[in-house]
Design a binder for this molecule. Structure first.
Ligand code: SF4
Length: 105
């Protein structure tokens, strides 16, 4: 069962959804286990998504720093038929650093 898309800012909504006015502070992430290599995402947001030699998507871990890229990232998330992509607040997704207590001796 796929999660509903309502947790992800809609590509058709104005940027009032969860993202800041500048679109900054978010990171595009992928669940590689869900990616089925359709390649639609790279057409929507080529600055953050690329395809590997087998056609599966990889995403940049760079924070989104402008509104236009944020809008294209949302389009990529919305277009993925496998719901493999998501936008996470910077520092809270898979690329986030572990909490300090995690690695304390
Ligand atoms: S659209 Fe989705 S399933 Fe297709 S390559 Fe991109 S992330 Fe993978």
């Amino acid at each position: 069962m796929h999660p509903t898309a309502s947790a992800v800012p809609s590509a058709s909504e104005p940027d009032r959804a969860a993202m800041s006015d500048q679109g900054a502070g978010w990171v595009l992430e992928i669940d590689g286990a869900k990616c089925d290599g359709h390649g639609i995402c790279v057409l929507r947001c080529p600055e953050l998504v690329s395809l590997d030699e087998w056609g599966f998507a990889t995403v940049s871990s760079a924070a989104i720093d402008d509104r236009a890229t944020a809008r294209r990232a949302k389009l990529a998330v919305a277009a993925c038929p496998e719901q493999a992509l998501r936008l996470e607040p910077q520092g809270r997704g898979r690329h986030a650093a572990p909490p300090a207590s995690c690695c304390a001796p």
